[in-house]
Design a protein around this ligand. Sequence first.
Ligand SMILES: Cc1ncc(COP(=O)(O)O)c(C=O)c1O
Length: 424
Amino acid sequence: MAVGDGMALTEASALERDASDPLSAYRDRFLLPTGPDGSPAIYLAGQSLGLQPMTARAAVEAELDAWAGLGVDAWFEPQRPWFTLDDALREPMARVVGARPSEVAILNTLTINIHLLLASFFRPVGRRRRILTDAPLFPSDRHALTSHLTQRGLDPERDLVVVGPRAGESTVRASDLEGAITEHADALALVFLDGVNFATGQLHEIERLTAAGHAAGAIVGWDLAHAAGNVELSLHDWDVDLAAWCTYKYLNGGPGAPGAIFVHDRHARLDPALPRLAGWWGVQADHRFDNVGPFVPDAGAAGWKASTPSILALAPVAASLAIFDEVGMPALRRRSVELTGYLATLLDDLPVEVITPSDPPARGCQLSLRFEAADAMLGRLAARGIVADVRAPDLIRVAPVPLYNTFHESWRLADLLRESVTAA
Ligand SMILES: Cc1ncc(COP(=O)(O)O)c(C=O)c1O
């Protein structure tokens, strides 16, 4: 039953919805942190760090056992050689983001991957030298974009075009982004946007804005940190040039888990001469040890890899991707739209400002709530076993994650907020 179609918003009805949804069972596949009273916390911080899949520990232990039992030979053990373990994850990762396996690689972490991609794809030439991005802009993205401009002798004050919400509005209008892309068309080398904005939870129209960037003659890249594993993506069909994301948020790969990239086959296959920061891991596995000859990149996104992946860090990512493969993004997104819609409906009845768009296609599972004293409110929630986070100065982010959060937890959050805003 969809939100708003007549079902009472009572605690009993929330419990009923949990009991009747077959995906509710996936919660048991995750380890839930403990709240102050010793019972499981209401963990609504998957937008920051996803929970640990129950299978993660065994996956790490299997690699520790391989290390203990085989030592260096584990790199080439015939059944599951470490030497190509990252490649084995390309297919499930490609399914999460709507890509071909050749368009995806798992490597490093997000900011480093943005740097590797920009080294190849930010090619300022003459007047066409600017980067256009959206605000609020995540600090690391700002530093990365700025450093690529300054490295090439450009001036971020002039050459970084940041398009934010209008005065009095909280999220960016797609038409304003399109307008700015058109306005700067002759000067744009790169459009680089946040798929789901980290602060506001706004989901951008990725296909539409990619087309707008291409019409302006720019390369279009996306930071999908808050989109991968959260919303359905079709990066290949949407003709996205490049993207990068982390696996520690909605993909539950663990703190500091390896990141991933997408490079459209159009680039990776047609232009092996693209400049890149190369290393041996970007060469086809059976040629990595060649010590003469030029760098010949592996086909596709794998050609952007440079160095040895952390096998222990890949293990939980593999465990988590197996769960995503079981559920599939369409079913996960369906539940997510229901769950976040349910929380949004409950919050509608409270004196709480939700700045995330109310239209389900314009958001993922995160809702961002504005409070004058956000830190104090976060403290009150934490004392009652609710884990959320604050983005300064005044936003509390909560994400009912469809793999492990429940309708009842959303109900309890709204109930506590009602109590807290009335008491405040
Ligand atoms: C939108 C966004 N971009 C970049 C980063 C930086 O990621 P990393 O520290 O893995 O490089 C984050 C981290 O949370 C993020 O949310």
